[in-house]
Design a protein around this ligand. Structure first.
Ligand code: CMP
Length: 139
């Protein structure tokens, strides 16, 4: 893994509201290459593990509940400076504060249901990539 890769998750609320196609189109149009993609449904254990760095935060249980409420689409994205650029591209964590036209502004409905996740560092991108994808899938 290099600084060319980030991991995104289209969250259950956005999948449920049929926004996945529009979100994937925006990602591709912005120049990200999809290296791997799949739809999965997270168990409580897996979602808890994925977000374990937030386990002491007050929103943790609700976040896990939301992330297990239906299928998600997970993708590995490639582009120069992927982590930083993608975070800027999707907008602030709080959709109400996200720049107009960003994915979270357009499709997020709350802090926890903010349409998409994006890795927050190269180190976490690598951890998250191996969490969701086998070595063969990450090629
Ligand atoms: P995500 O990029 O998936 O990474 C961690 C998630 O925690 C974040 O998006 C939000 O959905 C959620 N989150 C962060 N801060 C808060 C908060 N103050 N209240 C509710 N949810 C939050």
């Amino acid at each position: 893994m290099t600084d060319k890769t980030t991991l995104t998750i289209i969250k259950p609320q956005a999948v449920r509201n049929l926004h996945s196609g529009k979100i994937i189109d925006m990602i591709l149009s912005a120049g990200y290459i999809i290296k791997a993609i799949k739809m999965v449904t997270l168990s409580h254990d897996l979602a808890s593990k994925f977000y374990e760095i937030h386990k002491d935060r007050p929103f943790y249980e609700n976040l896990v509940k939301s992330m297990t409420s239906g299928p998600v689409i997970v993708a590995l994205l490639e582009k120069d400076n992927a982590v930083q650029d993608y975070r800027e591209f999707i907008g602030s964590t709080n959709p109400a504060e996200a720049v107009t036209g960003t994915i979270r502004n357009l499709f997020g409905t709350s802090m926890q249901d903010n349409a998409v996740h994006g890795s927050d560092s190269d180190e976490n991108a690598a951890r998250e990539a191996s969490f969701f994808f086998s070595e063969m899938e990450r090629f």
